[in-house]
Structure formats: C-alpha cells, structure tokens
Write a protein that binds this ligand. Structure first.
Ligand code: PLP
Length: 400
C-alpha cells in the first residue's frame, strides 16, 4: 500500500540547484572544491571548533575516528546498545571489541552511571550518541574519560546545533561526527563530517581522508612531493554534494524553526492523550537545548506499538521504529551479547515509535497524524487489539 503521509521526505530549502550549477561551472566537481571549503568554514565558525572535514557519510567519519585513535585488534570501545550499527561497526572494522552499555530510560542516551564498570585496561574510547539530539550527560562522561585517560567520540548524527549546558554538541569529545543523510535535519542525500576538537588529530585526519596521502599539504605548498604516508581511504565527497549541503547550511535557521514548530505541535497535540494512555513522550532536560531531530512515542508494550503502527498504516500514515538492540544482533551475539544485558535498550526497542518528521511536513498532514493517534486510544483503550497476522518477525522487516 502507498502512504499518504510518509515518514521522511527529502526537502529542498533554498539554493541547492543553483549552487550545484555553480559547482559545475566552477569546473571543480571532485572533493575539496570551493563549496567544500565554505561548508568547512560554516561548521568551524558556527560551532567554534578547530577543524571540520566533510566526509562521504557519518559512518566514514566514525571509521576515520577509529583510525585516528589508532584502534588495534583487542582494544575495546564502550558504545550504547541503542544506536545505529555504524557507531559500533566503525571500531569493529579495526578489530575492536564493542562493549555495550545500556541507556537511560528518560533521554535514551548512554547511561553514564553504567560506564565505569565497563572500563578495562583495553578500553580505548567511549562512543557517545546524543539520541534525538538531546545531549548525553557530558559532565559525568568527560570526567570518567579523564579519570581513566580514554577518549570520547561523539556520534552527533542527530545533534547538530543542539547544546548541553550551553555548549554545542559535537564539541566535547576530541573527535565528533555528523551525518547529512537524507533523514537528518540538514542533508545532502548522503554525507557527513568529522569535527576535530583536539589539534593533534588535524594533520593525520587530512591524510587519512585523502587515501593515506599528504595531498592536502602538497596543495598548500607545505611539502614538495605528494606521496603515500599513512593508512587511509577515499572519504571526501564531491563538491557537487558540498554545493547542495552549503545551500542547506545557509537555510539552517528556517529549517530549524520549521522543525521546532513541528516538534512543539506534536508535543502539545499529544500531551493529554499520552498522559491518559500512559505513553511516554521525549524527555528534554532543562540543561539541554535540542535541535528538533525527531519526535517519538514510548508505548506500553510491543503489541501496543505494533497495533498503533497498523492503525496508522490503515490511515495512510507511516510511522517507524528503529535500533534493534546491538548486543542482541547477529554481530552483538558473536561478541558475547546476551538477553538481559541492557534491559532498558531491550524495552525501548520494543516500544518506541517515531512519527513522520521532516522540514516540510504540512500542518494539515501533521494534524491528521495527531488525530489518528488520538483515535487509537478511543478505539483500543488499554487492552489494544493486535492484528493477529502481524508477528514481531514481519514487523521488524519495516525497520528503516
Ligand atoms: C544516521 C546515523 C548514522 C549514520 O549516518 P550515515 O551518514 O548514513 O553514515 C550514524 N549514527 C547515528 C546515530 C545515526 O543516526
């Protein structure tokens, strides 16, 4: 069946086409052209950081982080179990063992109180995800990392422009990563960035991003030969994508304000229903400023969540869930994961539901989502009827 209201729709916001035409006219469509430099400058000056480098994805930026930290076979990295695979996989590619931490039941971020007991002499880093762009408890996490001399990598795929205690997310860890995938607030289809808050990583990051060569230094005239000096890969995006991305950066205020309105409309429209139905809504602590990346519900049970998905689907509305616990995935089990290791992750993974959320979601579309959800309570009350054809197995195939 086709959906009347999809979960995500890529949105042009301003001068994307114009800048792509300009990039073609410039005659430089490979990496590190003028639009890439504009994007670097934007991120560096907006966030107040030392160095930003565009990458082909957040996944690739995470892989670069693992190389920059010199991760070796047998090292360990602590990651939340409730995250996208790349947060763990980027390190696993270097031979690292992922050590899964559970999340807090309120913000769904890594539970800082669970981290210290997972640290061993092999722990190289803590990879933090700011879920939905709401900051993880960075004061405590940075203190633990400092105490044991381990690095913090922020997977800030959701959190661009978000703040924790008035400081931008992505500026806490020595290395941070951004995603500009189609589903993120600011997008160029596929893309990402590496943010470096520790100057010791800058030279090597440029080399790793350029296939292990000192090409960047050569073009700046700092070396007179361009050669193979380190490991690396091809992590830089075409300037055509940077042109698209720069147009989105220029429109960031309007993008963020549209998303803020959508988030608040969901929150206001669903508050009473959620209270009466004992359904959880996103929690944003007072010391966190969120960038309005997503809106989700936490239902009471797996069957209730599946019934609501079906209820919305019958009304042409697409709602999705994500993050099957990493410790229970095929790979996670191979690393020793067991049912019960991360109980909050396991419960949230069964009960979370993400609502349609994109820059140009029309008010009328959003209102029909809110209306449909409110009807669910009327129809189902506490004992919801589950579509008997919908087993957990077929449901998981709807994972985005
Ligand atoms: C989207 C996402 C990624 C991956 O981003 P890509 O740019 O698609 O590689 C990584 N981590 C988190 C938390 C994400 O949401």
């Amino acid at each position: 069946m086709s959906y009347r209201i999809v979960f995500n729709r890529p949105c042009f916001e301003g001068k994307e086409r114009e800048y792509i035409v300009e990039a073609i006219a410039n005659g430089h469509v490979s990496g590190d052209g003028s639009f890439t430099k504009k994007c670097h400058n934007f991120l560096e000056s907006y966030l107040g950081i030392g160095k930003a480098l565009l990458t082909t994805s957040c996944t690739h930026a995470l892989e670069m982080a693992a190389m920059l930290l010199d991760c070796q076979v047998g090292d360990e990295v602590i990651v939340p179990s409730f995250t996208f695979v790349s947060t763990a996989n980027a390190f696993v590619l270097r031979g690292v063992k992922p050590v899964f931490a559970d999340i807090r039941p309120d913000t769904l971020n890594i539970d800082e109180s669970k981290i210290e007991s997972l640290i061993t002499p092999r722990t190289k880093a803590i990879a933090v995800v700011h879920y939905a762009g709401v900051g993880a408890e960075m004061d405590q996490i940075m203190a633990i990392a400092g105490k044991y001399g381990i690095e913090v990598v922020e997977d800030n795929a959701h959190g661009l422009f978000g703040k924790y205690k008035s400081k931008y997310l992505g500026t806490f860890g020595s290395i941070s990563t951004q995603s500009f995938h189609e589903t993120k607030n600011i997008s160029c289809g596929e893309g990402g960035a590496l943010l470096l808050n520790d100057p010791q990583f800058i030279d090597r990051a440029e080399i790793i991003r350029e296939k292990g060569t000192n090409r960047s230094r050569f073009f700046r005239g700092q070396v007179d030969k361009y050669s193979w000096v380190d490991i690396g890969s091809s992590f830089l995006p075409s300037d055509l994508l940077a042109a698209f991305l720069y147009a989105q950066f220029e429109s960031q205020e309007s993008i963020q304000s549209k998303r803020q309105q959508i988030w608040q409309r969901y929150h206001e429209g669903l508050q009473e229903w959620a209270f009466e139905s004992k359904v959880g809504l996103p929690v944003v602590p007072a010391h966190c400023e969120q960038p309005y990346h997503m809106f989700y519900l936490i239902l009471n049970s797996l069957s209730e969540r599946q019934a609501l998905i079906e209820h919305l689907k019958q009304r042409g509305i697409m709602a999705v869930y994500h993050y099957l616990p990493l410790h229970l995935s095929t790979m996670g089990l191979a690393f020793g994961g067991k049912l019960g290791d991360c109980p909050v992750t396991e419960r949230v993974s069964d009960t979370i539901l993400r609502l349609p959320f994109f820059n140009n979601l029309a008010t009328s579309e959003q209102d029909s989502v809110i209306e449909a959800i409110k009807q669910f309570r009327v129809r189902g009350e506490v004992s919801v009827t589950v579509n008997p054809n919908l087993s957990a197995q077929t449901a998981s195939s709807t994972l985005p």
